[in-house]
Write a protein that binds this ligand. Sequence first.
Ligand code: SAH
Length: 510
Amino acid sequence: MNGKVYLVGAGPGDPGLITVRGAACLRRADTVVYDRLVAPELLAYAPEHAERIYVGKASSDHTLPQAEINRLLVERAHAGRCVVRLKGGDPFVFGRGGEEALALVEAGIAFEIVPGVSSSIAAPAYAGIPLTHRGVAASFAVHTGHRAAGADPAGPNAGPDAGPAAADTLVYLMGVENLEAIAAELLAAGRAADTPAALIHRGTTPRQRTVIGRLDNIVELARGVPPPALLVVGQVVALRDRLNWFEARPLAGRRILVTRTRGQAGELAAMLAEEGAEAIEFPTISIEPVADAAALDAALLAAYDWIVFTSANGVQAAWARLAALGRDARAFAGARLCAIGPATAAELARRGLIADFVPAEYVAEAVVAGLDVAAGQRVLLPRADIARPDLAEGLRRRGARVDEVVAYRTRIAGPADPRAAEIAAMLARGEIDALTFASSSAVRGFVAALGLADGGRPRGWAWPRVACIGPITARTAREMGAPVDVIAETYTLPGLVAALKSYFASLEGH
Ligand code: SAH
């Protein structure tokens, strides 16, 4: 039986702007055929088994000619596959989606169109430009920039009323190369030379950049802005003065490296992105189970007065072993629980347990000072293989009988890390504004991955700003030769993000 083809609009760039229906189609795709302007994150919706076929389609160098794309869709559908043709923006707005649909009709293949958020609407929205506005603009038109240069013939209905001045607000896609011809055409058609104009580059993505000018100088001002970009012409552009929100976010335009474990990096990256940053994940440590769990197993089943968790990883590792032993949280029924900070406490809460003690400052010293432990009481410390000795020593000084058990291993990256060269190249090109470290081991992993482990100095690049989650991590960073610019006041991820925000805000103030 034949499969079906879904022509799906991927949205303008921000992966959050795909439709619910579009994401559902991707989730059951066997084949995804996608374009250059599609947000790469969207491919993750497709099942692992799905084949992902890139067909390019930059405006000039088509990787696969349109006829080949049509043939590919038909052929995969004939093979019974569920095919998603994922196209930038909306499939029927200058995407040649109509041609692809016609090819499917001709071949007798069933298809559906899933509209998308077109860049023609979304990029102006993210630039703070409403396409219509009471008293300012009552209509808008979306044009191809190829036509002004004579490359794309007008449709049969293009009488004098369909000309470039037919709507109040004009949007031009694919117009970067022909900006000059477009502006000239509009001036010739009677648009005023001082009509506000905006060129929006990579709208809705962390790299969005907007050049504002007038019809008579936008060509000059926007020189060098590469595609993809779109042009907006009309009085509504002036509203951006007050409505610009996206590029005004505190970390907009900042590229920030996140160096946690693969599993944890996403959380910090999402928080940074929410503030406008482009977060780049570079996992420099990985958490692995201990090779021999006998000591941990025995400790988990023994009786303690306190169990002190110093990281969410420790909680996860303890639970992994409990599960393996066929036990649950009741194994801890007789003990009081300490969490070093809110993230660790939240990890306990997820398992139905309320931490009895969380110190006000999220460091070992605060646990030593504040834990309600009497001399002779037993304390279990499920910890990382590379943890500092301070906590156990401090509690012993208070008379506690402390068992330290390695609950998980922290493996730091090495120079063989496949992404290290890529990151070093970005650093060398000055493309990274800040590094973030949420633990001492993340610092060690970064330093090892970039070949600075034995006191080596950066070769070919200079340290960008370095931001650390707290004083201990900052000390490690300094010991490893990194100049630390930012230390969070609260030693949490939100604290780290807040510190970065005020740091960059203070830079802009000068
Ligand atoms: N179907 C798409 C448009 C395809 S034509 C849609 O509805 O958005 C490709 C042109 O769209 C590019 O040359 C550029 O002018 C514009 N474009 C696409 N994504 C863009 C973005 N994120 N920012 C600015 N312009 C974009």
